[in-house]
Design a protein around this ligand. Structure first.
Ligand code: NAP
Length: 260
């Protein structure tokens, strides 16, 4: 299947590590040009070397996305460099554990800035360019919005917001033929996930317990498996798919608990 992504300029927020890095690599494999927007310069440098070894063109923009002004700067730099944006992947985020009882309103707002506000800001500032190319948008959500987790109100509210905004933008952007979809992971072994595991007294035991509850093959989803779904949704081959929430989670959220 030809995904028709050659030379397409795709912005990937949080693209230096984990799921975002896998998306950048998958874009590179399809001949697209990933524009990695992330605060982690070292990780981005390593990833860019990997991409360039594989013959891909890429670009890194260092940005702290919690500040909307930085989102505008990042979009402006992408346009200065390539003159176009053909797709946007809103991915950066962190399960930061700002709870109800063990949080406070100030930290809740910070969590919303770190996990949700930049989805809006990046999309808002990219929109004039996406309109020119009919460039699709893929938002990365989390199962936490659907299942809850406990002690993570800011992240849950943000990821719930991501679901709401996916439908809202899919509706608002119909006149421009811009598709908007959401890909929802559950358990993916990324640097973020590994640092979360380390908060438990026995991380290996915790991982075993979690993975035993994944219905399909009792394993974590690979970042590359999230990425291939994202790349498909960015491609012309998904030209009539919009407003969808797609769970790439080995059946974690929807299959019967009795199966595990
Ligand atoms: P990750 O391993 O931490 O990678 C995310 C990258 O984004 C990191 O380089 C991180 O930088 C960067 N980043 C995060 N917030 C940023 C900000 N405000 N400004 C600039 N850069 C920022 O995370 P991941 O596990 O791949 O997660 C990617 C997305 O998937 C997130 O939206 C997450 O909520 C979602 N998700 C992941 C899982 C999972 O199991 N891993 C499950 C459900 C949903 P630093 O390393 O410096 O923070």
């Amino acid at each position: 299947m030809d995904l028709q992504l050659k030379e397409k300029v795709i912005i990937v927020t949080g693209g230096a590590k984990g799921i975002g890095a896998a998306i950048a690599l998958a874009c590179g494999e399809e001949g697209a040009i990933p524009v990695i927007v992330d605060r982690s310069a070292d990780a981005a440098d390593q990833l860019q070397s990997q991409l360039h070894r594989r013959g891909a063109i890429s670009h890194f923009i260092q940005a702290e996305l919690g500040d909307p002004a930085n989102c505008k700067t990042a979009v402006d730099e992408a346009i200065r460099t390539f003159g176009r944006i053909d797709g946007l992947v809103n991915n950066a985020g962190r399960n930061d554990g700002v709870g109800l009882e063990r949080g406070d309103p100030e930290r809740f707002i910070e969590s919303i800035k770190d996990n949700l506000l930049h989805y809006y800001a990046m999309t808002h500032y990219s929109l004039p360019y996406l309109k020119r190319t009919r460039g699709p948008i893929v938002n990365i959500g989390s199962k936490v919005a659907t299942t809850g987790q406990g002690d993570t109100s800011g992240y849950a509210a943000s990821k719930g917001g991501v679901l709401g905004l996916t439908r809202e933008w899919a509706a608002e952007l119909l006149p421009y033929s811009i598709r908007v979809n959401c890909v929802i992971p559950a358990e993916v072994l990324t640097p973020l996930y590994e640092s979360w595991l380390k908060t438990f007294p026995n991380p290996e035991e915790k991982l075993r317990t979690v993975l035993a509850k994944v219905p399909f093959e009792k394993r974590a989803t690979k970042a590359a498996e999230i990425a291939s779904t994202v790349v498909f949704l960015l491609s012309a081959q998904s030209a009539h798919t919009t407003g969808q929430e797609i769970y790439v989670d080995g059946g974690y959220v929807h299959l019967d608990r009795a199966l595990t």
